[in-house]
Design a protein around this ligand. Structure first.
Ligand code: TXA
Ligand code: MG
Length: 353
């Protein structure tokens, strides 16, 4: 296991925070940082020792590549990415470059990751030996400030491998205390689910991971056809998208609506179960059944808003997972509602095999 650290939580308003974090990154240490999606465990993307520390602290398999987080100034266009020697654009056709420029213009800085042919200087340790590299320009001011004052940062979600992504500094502490020196507390993440991953693969664009930005928005901005991985689960190309990722310890059963949940509850003999609802229960019968059984239930959005539900998803799941429940029922929304696709995706892979 990794070196033992006394993990300190730093506050952005404290004068010493950026000095401490910058020095740690410069000497090859890792620092957990807030981003608008989830917290990341950041290290110098061009320092193999720092990359090793990320993999060790997370217990992450070496074949699972990391996202390169870059400064906005180096990422206004696809040409900028090539000029900064992050990617090789020699094989990307002109119409795809144009489409990517429109997507960059619309969504960077923000919760979008692009997977493109890598430049030769990108370390193998970062890409897991793939010939592509994943790039993102985070919008969170703390992340942008750190990158601009140091170097591009490799940053996977700041959880131990296979566990729920953290959306607060305390959740990171829960995951990585003793394994890393610093966590910067940038409050709860605004988006709450990971970035969408859009890749240029086999001459076309493909969504590898649904996330904060919907397939519909990406299609609209790019003006091109984008294949959805969800329609082809067998072809998933993001190595980290294996089943059992993001899994809570509690086994999860999925339902779509209240009547389906009622059916599941009637046949459930687990003495201590939990229910994760997208919106407040509308059936009095459901509420009284939950109460009479003493089941714990959490509502992701009182106002039935999917953006809020996504923001609360991982934090609420983490809370339920800490209550020693025998079973957790989790609701998924219809896929075609913007963020619904991301929620369906993440909840579906919560399921334990
Ligand atoms: O929102 C996010 O993207 C967060 C924040 C911290 O930026 N980061 C994040 O990183 O989710 P991580 O490592 O937890 O997930 C990155 C995913 C993994 O599933 C990995 O396999 C995939 O991106 N990935 C990275 N490089 C890739 C590549 N070259 N080709 C395909 N997939 C790649
Ligand atoms: Mg992750």
């Amino acid at each position: 296991m990794s070196a033992r650290y006394t993990t300190r939580i730093l506050i952005p308003s404290d004068q010493d925070t950026y000095r401490c974090a910058t020095q740690a990154l410069q000497r090859g240490d890792v620092v957990a940082i807030p981003t608008e999606t989830v917290y990341g465990l950041a290290g110098n993307a061009f320092d193999p020792d720092a990359l090793d520390k990320i993999f060790i602290a997370k217990e992450r398999p070496a074949m699972n590549p990391l996202i390169l987080h870059i400064a906005s100034a180096q990422a206004q266009t696809v040409q900028d990415l090539a000029d900064a020697a992050f990617i090789d654009i020699s094989e990307i056709p002109e119409p795809i470059i144009d489409a990517l420029n429109r997507v960059i213009n619309a969504f960077w800085p923000g919760p979008l990751t692009l997977v493109l042919p890598r430049h030769t200087r990108i370390p193998d340790r970062l890409t897991g030996g793939l010939d592509t590299v994943a790039l993102r320009v985070p919008a969170h001011p703390v992340a942008q400030k750190l990158i601009s004052s140091t170097f591009p940062l490799a940053a996977p979600s700041a959880n131990r491998s296979g566990r729920i992504s953290p959306t607060s500094a305390l959740a990171v502490y829960d995951e990585l205390k003793g394994r890393i020196p610093f966590i910067i507390d940038g409050d709860a993440c605004e988006v709450g689910v990971e970035s969408s991953i859009l890749a240029y693969i086999d001459q076309g664009l493909r969504l590898l991971r649904p996330g904060a930005i919907s397939l519909k928005e990406l299609r609209r901005e790019s003006g091109l056809k984008i294949l959805s991985t969800q329609k082809h689960p067998a072809e998933v190309r993001a190595p980290g998208m294996l089943q059992s990722h993001y899994a809570p310890d509690t086994p999860v059963k999925i339902f779509r609506n209240e009547s389906e949940l009622m059916g599941l509850l009637k046949n459930c003999s687990t003495p201590k179960a939990g229910v994760l609802l997208l919106e407040p229960p509308s059936e009095a019968e459901l509420l009284s059944l939950l109460r009479s059984r003493g089941y714990v239930f959490e509502v992701l959005s009182e106002s039935r808003d999917l953006t809020e539900a996504a923001r609360q998803l991982f934090a609420t799941l983490r809370k339920l997972d800490q209550q020693d429940l025998g079973l957790l029922f989790a609701q998924v929304p219809p896929q075609d509602q913007g963020l619904g696709q991301a929620i369906v995706f993440f909840v579906a892979i919560f399921r334990k095999e």
